[in-house]
Design a protein around this ligand. Sequence first.
Ligand code: C5P
Length: 227
Amino acid sequence: MSVETPVVAVDGPSGVGKGTLALSLSAHLRWHLLDSGALYRLVALSAMRQRTALDDETTLAGIARTLPVAFSVQPGQGVRIDLAGDDVTRAIREERVGDAASRVAALPAVRANLLERQRDFRTAPGLVADGRDMGTVVFPRAPLKLFLTASAEVRARRRAAQLSVPENSATFEKIYSDIISRDQRDASRTTAPLKPADDAVILDTSELGIDQVLRQAITLIVDRGLQ
Ligand code: C5P
């Protein structure tokens, strides 16, 4: 029997620190990294650029199937993402693209067409996969599934700090309400809704810094004999 390449699934809602944890873990373990949210953002950005309606499931599914994307690790700086040769690393992080991503992510045909593409990231020596359904749908047999949580308020404060937005501003209120509505959309969709896998370890990061979360994750990885 062949031994499956190990996967650590890192799931949770927007702004919970999954991306930071997944990047740090993959660097620490020297494993590959899948930022699945980037794939949904890329579908959304392509659709916006070619003026495809965000509910045109057939066209959007075609975009998902043929997405001309290249990920390249830039040591110490994260991952550079090119779409048809154009560097879109920053463009896909815009709030409007994130919002559009959560709309296209609700379409079953888009999710289906991104499934194999995501599974192809599972190559030796291992994969850290960041998303919403890594442990439930994409890698249901992952030997370690982490589900990160934090209150919407804590997540809004973190996002505001990243964007240098003061907390008593209208922009902060908008960030907060966007987080709530994106959570609702992600948790209530019928295909692959945001929820922890039955065998996931839940980590509440509200009161924890990234180093503490990283240490807990590494302890779990070592305890399970994955490294
Ligand atoms: O994680 P990120 O904010 O980049 O994801 C953007 C959107 O893509 C999310 O709001 C979610 O709707 C969707 N997504 C998803 N499944 C994933 C990753 C992201 O539905 N595995």
